[in-house]
Design a protein around this ligand. Structure first.
Ligand code: ADE
Length: 419
């Protein structure tokens, strides 16, 4: 079996860590058990471009249990857990092409290796696989692929642009948009793992520090609330008036970045857009300001602009932290401005990825079953799948809920009561 990984000797450690994550992913485990019996993905070649983590390993095992033949590459050059990649190759027989720290050329070579396996289903995180497939292999995209799924906000935005421009060549399920995905993964997963990444990389004290969170989508909400929970004074910057209003009424200080720049100790971008922190902001920042990004791509901090201001005065000061010298002031960038939660920590905890990847597995089953009826569009995860995942998750957490009485059901379906 073809593959490209850093070090096969890491497989034992990977296997142990995958099992640990599995013990926190009971919903996915129950789907795996059913998949092993029903084999809904029998013989299906899946090309997965995902962060190669312990949680992803358990998703790939689930797809394989369902009968799929899985080929996987990384969706970010820094997020691969090399021990996990090794175990997937040795213990699961999954073709993995991913090495932590791979350069851009290798990153795309690995995506090409997955596309060479001629997948019938794509499973993407950020849309690099699907975008490359459409741009470099339009005939393969149009003629061979049944459908795909997409994990993240940024990927869904790119796919909707493809759909609007008439470029999309097969149906895609927007897993990100399921309630049991973005309300939990994006908020509690990003919230916790982003701070985990900043803390592991810098060991900075959050209590009493001024944390500036750029973007108040679900990810920004999570980061802001967790930073506040650890005693930081949190500022939020936004371009969307509704979200700015929400942040303000959630009790955060909402300011333009221009005003936050001279005040902040730690800046965390989670907008999905480019150049959120740029020259005019770097010039106003305090000595020792820490910059980190938790958006999908490494474009939110203008690192070219920062390097220009530093004029070559830059050096590594800790693993994963680079210092740029602007005259007397030091600006510190974590993990090259790449996804800090996956580069400097382990990504979202398994218990939340349980729901995200349950959505992926069930969306894959659904899209294969319905592929003949689907158009070249971006689809939502069917609401019954979303509800089922919420129900299963509550069960595994030992949380029971009320049920409507017959009178209540009747009341809710009637429009004449009270007149
Ligand atoms: N995205 C965010 N956290 C992740 C994780 N732990 N595994 C895979 N993808 C992720």
């Amino acid at each position: 079996m073809d593959h490209d990984i850093a070090d096969p000797a890491l497989a034992d450690l990977g296997r142990q860590r995958i099992a640990w994550a599995d013990s926190h992913m009971p919903v996915l485990a129950s789907i795996r058990e059913r998949f092993a019996k029903e084999r809904p993905l029998e013989g299906l070649a899946i090309g997965a471009c995902l962060h190669i983590t312990t949680e992803t390993a358990n998703l790939l095992r689930t797809l394989q249990a369902g009968g799929a033949e899985v080929h996987a590459c990384a969706s970010n050059p820094l997020s691969t857990q090399d021990d996990v990649a090794s175990s997937l190759v040795r213990d699961e027989g999954i073709a993995v092409y991913a090495v932590k720290g791979e350069d851009t050329e290798t990153y795309f070579r690995h995506i090409d290796a997955v596309l060479d396996a001629r997948p019938k289903l794509t499973m993407d995180d950020g849309c690099d696989l699907v975008s490359r497939l459409h741009q470099k292999r339009p005939e393969q995209a149009a003629g061979e692929v049944l459908a795909g799924t997409e994990e993240t906000t940024t990927g869904v935005i790119r796919l909707r642009a493809m759909e609007a421009g008439g470029a999309l060549r097969f149906p895609i399920v927007a897993v990100n948009d399921a309630d049991t995905k973005h309300m939990f993964d994006n908020r509690y997963g990003t919230g916790q793992s982003t701070l985990d990444g900043v803390i592991r990389a810098t060991n900075v004290l959050l209590a009493g520090s001024r944390v500036v969170v750029a973007g108040y989508g679900y990810c920004g909400k999570g980061v802001a609330s967790r930073a506040r929970g650890m005693g930081a004074q949190v500022y939020v910057t936004e371009v969307n008036p509704l979200r700015a209003l929400e942040a303000s009424m959630d009790g955060f200080r909402v300011v333009p970045m221009e005003d936050a720049a001279p005040e902040g100790d730690i800046f965390i971008t989670v907008t999905g857009n480019r150049d959120v922190l740029r020259k005019e902001h770097f010039e106003a920042m305090k000595d020792g300001a820490i910059l980190a990004n938790s958006g999908h791509f490494d474009i939110e901090i203008d690192l070219v602009g920062l390097a220009e201001l530093a004029g070559g005065e830059r050096r590594a000061v800790r693993p994963d932290v680079e210092e740029f010298l602007l005259g007397e002031r030091r600006i510190l960038v974590v993990a090259e401005g790449r996804l800090v939660n996956l580069s400097s920590a382990e990504g979202h905890p398994a218990a939340v990825m349980d729901m995200s990847f349950a959505n992926q597995a069930l969306a894959a089953e659904w899209v294969v079953r319905h592929s003949a009826e689907l158009e070249k569009r971006v689809y939502d995860v069917p609401p019954e799948i979303d509800r089922e995942i919420a129900r299963l998750k509550l069960d595994t957490m030992g949380v029971d809920i009320d049920r409507l009485t017959p009178d209540q059901e009747e009341y809710l379906s009637s429009w004449t009561v009270g007149t």
